[in-house]
Write a protein that binds this ligand. Structure first.
Ligand code: CDP
Length: 252
């Protein structure tokens, strides 16, 4: 990020305005979501967005431990984001690091905005996000998947959160940055958004943008979140159609 020089011979955008993976600036990577994929979890979802592969599992609401963390007025939504050591080109050192703590914190905060936490005082709702394969945008992919997993767990929510990033690459505003664009691009703005109420529940920015570019990027990411929201809802709908048919593999 921040306009790091590209290795020789690599171009982030060609003369026709196509990106390094062939997408147009406003195009998302292919997105697939499946809800209810883990039997032991209270709710779960598996998501693929381009080469990102993410599993989300929800447990709770359950008694919060250690007890001194309990809030007598509401549930705590606690996200645990983890990248598998085999999820990236260089082996990622196992265990928590500053990056995973930051991502866990911002996703917990985003989800707290949509869950009716006041219904479950003194409890914890634990959201596990495991990144199996990473190719940039994993915080957005994780938040999108976690939101479906919470709904799959039957946890009362105001709405789903959809998430996607916009950014600047080769002086052009683009949607949903891939790995090379994230590494060598000029800016990245991950957004967590509630399309129905148009509320922003996660917003970060890495790199430099003018105010106009920032507004353009935010608009692109918000529009993309509306499309992602439809895929999330469709995953939940499919989950219950299968359940009504008498169940099948993958349905608890
Ligand atoms: O994944 P996201 O874009 O939300 O977060 P990031 O910190 O901007 O990381 C961008 C990408 O860098 C990740 O998705 C991974 O593909 C890669 N990465 C890596 O290869 N090794 C790490 N230890 C961390 C990130």
């Amino acid at each position: 990020m921040g306009g790091t020089p590209l290795p020789d011979g690599i171009k982030l955008m060609d003369e026709q305005g196509r990106r390094i993976d062939g997408r147009l600036p406003g195009e998302l990577r292919p997105l697939k979501i499946e809800a209810g994929v883990l039997r032991r979890a209270d709710g779960s979802a598996y998501l693929e967005m381009g080469h990102n592969k993410v599993m989300a599992a929800v447990y709770g609401p359950r008694e919060c431990h250690p007890r001194h963390m309990q809030d007598p007025t509401r549930a705590l939504v606690q996200c645990h984001y983890n990248m598998a050591s085999f999820s990236v080109d260089d082996r990622k050192r196992p265990g928590p690091d500053r990056r995973s703590q930051e991502i866990s914190k911002i996703i917990s905060e985003a989800l707290t905005h949509v869950v009716f936490t006041e219904y479950f005082p003194r409890t914890s709702i634990d959201v596990y996000i495991e990144v199996l394969q990473a190719n940039a945008g994993t915080r957005c992919a994780g938040l999108t998947a976690a939101s479906v997993a919470l709904a799959d767990a039957g946890i009362p929510m105001r709405d789903l959160v959809a998430s996607c990033a916009a950014g600047k690459v080769a002086n052009t505003m683009v949607l949903d940055l891939g790995k090379e664009e994230d590494n060598f691009g000029q800016a990245d703005i991950p957004l967590g958004y509630i399309p129905r109420t148009e509320e922003v529940v996660l917003l970060q920015m890495d790199g430099d943008l003018t105010a106009d570019e920032f507004r353009t990027g935010l608009g692109m990411a918000a529009d993309a979140c509306k499309k992602i929201y439809d895929v999330q809802r469709d995953a939940l709908r499919r989950r219950y159609v299968v359940a009504d048919d008498g169940g099948s593999e993958g349905v608890k």
